[in-house]
Write a protein that binds this ligand. Structure first.
Ligand code: ACO
Length: 374
C-alpha cells in the first residue's frame, strides 16, 4: 500500500472492462472492439445499443426482437405523467431526468431483484421510457400537451416526434442517431464510475443510474454541451469569436467543450460529429455557429494546444435541430443509459466493493468537552 495521493484518480486503473477502449493503434474509441466512426456510418443507434449491452452486433432476428421490446416499453405510467405535470416548470431537465429514473424505481416491483434476468428487464424499461419522460417535460414546460410514443418509429424518430410532434428530414434524424452512438459509452468516466460505485454496494440499477445522471449533470462532464451553447450565444457572430476567446483565456477561464482526461491530442469522436454538425448547418441554411466553432477550435489549438471534445460540435448541432439548450445533457443521458447499464452488469458480475482510502490531515486526537463547559 502506498501513501501517494492521486487526486481525481488520475492515471489509476481500478478494474477491467470489455465494453470500450480508446485503441492507440487506430487512435479511436472502440465499443466491444469496433471503431465508433465505423459504427456511426454503418449502424443505427439501436444496433449499437444492442452491441454495448450484449457484447456483439445483432443479426436481423436479434435486432428486430430488441427493437420490438424497446417499442413495447416506451409508454410511461399515468402516475409518471402526473408527476411530470407537477414538476416546477423552471426545474433543470437534468434534475427532472434524475427524478424520473428514481420514480421508475419506485414503480417497479423488481427494483431490488439484482438477478441478471431482472436487470436486463429493468435496463430495457429505463432505456425505452426515459426518452418518453424527458420529451413529456420538454412539452409540459412549454404549456403543450404530452405526445405519446409511436411504435412504428425508430428510437431517434420517436424522440423527435414526442418533442416536436413531427419528424425532421432523414439526414437530421441520422445526425441525431450519430450523436447518440457517440455519446453511448466511454469507459470509466465520472458518471459511469459513479454508477459502478453505487452498484458495488449491491444497490439496485435504478439507484445506480439515478446517481450517474446526477454525476453527468456537472459542467466538467455532460453539462459541457449546454455550456458550449451558452458560450456561442454570448459570442453571437464569427467576427467576435477570436477576441472573445483571447479575452476568456486572459481571464484564465476554462473554455467549455475543450480538453479531456483521456484524449490529450484530440477526441476521436469529434471529426465524425463535426461532419454531421456541418451537414445539419447546411440543411438548416445557418452556418453561423459552425463558423464560430471553426475559429474557436483553431485558436484553442494554436494558443493552448487543447483540442475540442465531443460536447463542442454536439451542443450547437442540437440547437440547430430545435432542442432547448438545457435539454442537451438529458439527450446525452438517453444515449449513455446503454453504457452505464453495460457497466452495471459488468460490475455485478465481478463485484468488489469500491472503497478507496484517504490521507487524514485533520486535527490530532481531542477530548470531548460537555456543552456547558465549551
Ligand atoms: N480551457 C482552458 N484550459 C484548459 C481546458 C479548457 N477547456 N481544459 C484543460 N485546460 C488546461 C488546464 O487549465 C490545465 O492547465 P495548467 O496545467 O496550466 O493548470 C491543463 O489544461 C490540464 O487540464 P486539467 O484540468 O488538469 O485536465 P483534466 O484531465 O483534469 O480535466 C477536463 C479534463 C475536466 C475535461 C478539462 O479539460 C475541462 O475542464 N474542460 C472543460 C469542460 C468540458 O468540456 N468537459 C467535457 C468533457 S468530455 C465529456 O464529458 C463528453
Amino acid at each position: 500500500m502506498t501513501d501517494e495521493i492521486k487526486k481525481g484518480l488520475l492515471g489509476i486503473v481500478v478494474d477491467e472492462t470489455t465494453i470500450s477502449q480508446v485503441m492507440p493503434e487506430i487512435n479511436s474509441l472502440t465499443y466491444r472492439g469496433y471503431a465508433v466512426q465505423d459504427l456511426c456510418e454503418m449502424c443505427s443507434f439501436e444496433e449499437v445499443a444492442y452491441l454495448i449491452l450484449n457484447g456483439n452486433l445483432p443479426n436481423g432476428i436479434q435486432l428486430n426482437k430488441f427493437k420490438k421490446e424497446e417499442k413495447e416499453n416506451r409508454n410511461i405510467t399515468t402516475n409518471m405523467r402526473e408527476i411530470i405535470k407537477h414538476i416546477p416548470k423552471k426545474a433543470h431537465p437534468m434534475d427532472v431526468s434524475r427524478t424520473i429514473v428514481s420514480v421508475m424505481g419506485l414503480e417497479d416491483k423488481d427494483t431490488s431483484d439484482n438477478s441478471p434476468k431482472a436487470n436486463m428487464r429493468k435496463i430495457m424499461k429505463i432505456f425505452a421510457k426515459t426518452p418518453t419522460a424527458i420529451a413529456a417535460f420538454f412539452r409540459i414546460r412549454k404549456g403543450k400537451k404530452i405526445i405519446k410514443p409511436k411504435k412504428e418509429l425508430s428510437f431517434s424518430e420517436n424522440f423527435f416526434y414526442m418533442c416536436f410532434g413531427k419528424i425532421p428530414q432523414k439526414e437530421i434524424v441520422k445526425a441525431f442517431d450519430v450523436s447518440l452512438i457517440l455519446y453511448a459509452e466511454h469507459s470509466f468516466n465520472v458518471s459511469t464510475f459513479t454508477a459502478r460505485t453505487i452498484t458495488s454496494s449491491l444497490s439496485d440499477i435504478y439507484s445506480a443510474i439515478t446517481g450517474a445522471i446526477a454525476s453527468l449533470k456537472g459542467p466538467l462532464h455532460g453539462g459541457a454541451n449546454e455550456e458550449v451553447m451558452n458560450m456561442m450565444k454570448k459570442i453571437k457572430t464569427p467576427n467576435k469569436a477570436k477576441s472573445w476567446l483571447i479575452d476568456n483565456l486572459n481571464k484564465k477561464q476554462v473554455v467549455m467543450g475543450f480538453g479531456h482526461r483521456v484524449y490529450k491530442s484530440g477526441d476521436s469522436r469529434v471529426p465524425t460529429m463535426k461532419k454531421y454538425f456541418l451537414k445539419v448547418s447546411k440543411l438548416k441554411k445557418d452556418k453561423n455557429l459552425y463558423k464560430i466553432s471553426e475559429i474557436i477550435e483553431k485558436e484553442m489549438i494554436e494558443k493552448k494546444n487543447i483540442h475540442p471534445n465531443l460536447d463542442f460540435p454536439t451542443g450547437p448541432t442540437y440547437h440547430l435541430m430545435g432542442f432547448d439548450t438545457d435539454f442537451f445533457t438529458p439527450i446525452f443521458v438517453i444515449a449513455r443509459i446503454t453504457g452505464w447499464s453495460a457497466h452495471i452488469i459488468e460490475q455485478y458480475a465481478s463485484n468488489k466493493l469500491i472503497r478507496p482510502l484517504s490521507k487524514y490531515k485533520g486535527s490530532d486526537h481531542r477530548k470531548v468537552v460537555l456543552l456547558n463547559q465549551r
